[in-house]
Design a protein around this ligand. Structure first.
Ligand code: SF4
Length: 75
């Protein structure tokens, strides 16, 4: 299980993360920024989640391709 955080206030809504890893990330319907899908959120926080091992690689790929480098993954 890994922890993923998105510094949402700096998101440019470029679509990369939810295109790369739609299992974990999605576009927030209210503010248009990236958020963690509800099922994986920690304490209901749209910017913080716990990622099961089977989704670890796609989260890492999203983090490494985010153009503003605001996705952080910790094992
Ligand atoms: S890749 Fe980064 S900037 Fe782009 S939508 Fe995701 S969090 Fe926002």
């Amino acid at each position: 299980m890994a922890t993923v955080t998105i510094k949402r206030e700096d998101c440019t809504s470029c679509t990369t993360c939810w295109s790369t890893c739609p299992e974990i990330f999605e576009e927030d319907p209210v503010d248009g920024m990236s958020c963690i899908k509800e099922a994986f959120r920690m304490s209901g926080d749209p910017g913080k989640g716990e990622v099961p091992d089977e989704h670890y690689n796609c989260v890492q790929e999203a983090a490494s391709t985010c153009p503003v480098e605001i996705i952080d993954v910790e094992e």
